[in-house]
Design a protein around this ligand. Sequence first.
Ligand code: SAM
Length: 340
Amino acid sequence: MCFSKDIWQYIRKDDFMTEEKNVDLYLSPNQIYCGDSSILLQQIEPNSISLSVWSPPYHVGKEYEADQSYEEWTELLKEVIKHHFKILKPGAFLVINIDDILAFPDVNMPRIQAPNTSKLRSPVTKEQILEVLKQNPGLNRYQLAEIFNCSEQTIDRRLNGNNIRGGKYSVQTRVKLVGGIIESFAYEAGLYLYDRRIWVKDPAWANSQWHSNSYRSVSEFEYLYFFWKPGETVIDRNRLTKEEWSTWGSRGVWYIPSVRKNDDHVAKFPLELPKRLIRLLTSENDIVLDCFVGSGTTAVAAIETNRKYIGIDKEPKYVELSKKNIQLALLQQSQQQMEF
Ligand SMILES: C[S@@+](CC[C@H](N)C(=O)[O-])C[C@H]1O[C@@H](n2cnc3c(N)ncnc32)[C@H](O)[C@@H]1O
């Protein structure tokens, strides 16, 4: 069964928000739940989560966010972050993995005038066309194309710096920074930005539009934002080896290859990512939460590091996928224990 927003309209908030009365309604550790995180997080036991680590929708049009407006997306992030204050243990962390929006449509943005000089096939110049137009002001681009023995697109590109086939009427896109939005939602919720790191992944050449006719760089890094709930934080230097502290524990840039095979989920992060965070920020048997659990990567990382997990996803197919991956991880773990 998948909990949607609808079911909760029949349950009074007081029926599940009081700690003493409704312990049975709390989500149990080592389970994956299907539903909207902004609702289900309210059912997690207060002060119980040692680390929450997740990668939300990035507002880039993936199937699970296809109908979501920018406002709805920010509202989801705001709600989800807000509910973390109550459920995190004092001194614990929420780590959000996210990217900026690299192609954010902006109707107010002027068209980028970008004739690509390296791709000029016809030697005709803007000045030559303007000279002919001065003498024959009524000529349209088709007639000009005939005169110069080139295409009407070339005429248009030379005169206006754009391509009449290439989305002349499409909205321009710019970069939208996301860190500041998240920081302010967290701050409003009582969580403080404690650290930020960069995850360097594989360059996404295949689905990048940047390498042709543009100075924009290919997408090859994302952010990790560490938010802290005030309270006593355990700083345990024994959690990592000396070598691990110097190569990644204390480092601001993490080099971890992306997941190459995205055939069962479109936006998985690599297992190594939550695993490092779990090892750095929690102890054995602590509860780790991922409220956008997708294929279950964080839950698998928790199992492999002897922590408990709670996972939430709104898509039933991803809940099933998570459960399958968890079964595999548990099987592997028991096989390893038998061999040992
Ligand atoms: C970027 S993916 C996370 C992938 C995950 N880290 C992994 O390695 O598989 C985001 C996930 O959030 C889920 N999601 C989107 N909106 C949600 C919501 N309101 N509540 C719960 N899950 C949601 C999507 O179905 C998707 O699986």
